[in-house]
Design a protein around this ligand. Sequence first.
Ligand code: FES
Length: 160
Amino acid sequence: MILSEQSVAMINEALTRYPDHKSAVLPALTIAYQQVGHLSDDIYREISETIGVPTVEIAEAATFYTMFPKHPVGKYLIQVCHNISCALLGADSLVSYLEEKLGVSKGETTADHLFTIVTVECLGSCATAPMMQINQDYYENLTKEKVDKILEQLRAEAVT
Ligand code: FES
């Protein structure tokens, strides 16, 4: 069993809020992701057993959303938007800068398991492009200087 008793209890609590159990799929995936840090086939099966929705439907929902990594990632998942507004304002340079700073390529995780870089579609913050999401937080109007400060701050937080 991958999901903790606490996660299962939280999923069961989420179920009480929805007359249709399918509506609890995203909350359940979120709870599982927050516990484990990524999703997997085994997790889909466990959620299926808990909420009574077929595993395939849970997997379909999970694979639709890029916010749920499907393999282990670093403590900080850096999702750089590379859609039109961000692309026009330097998303590619931002990714290259992150790759250079962290010494990994897009899709990879640093050796200290702190950072994973991925690119994603529009995160709905086009007016503040270029932007990225790290875990639950948005970082907007990015410049190299801002990226330096963000990484520095996250590294400091990781050791405290
Ligand atoms: S294009 Fe990047 S947030 Fe919309």
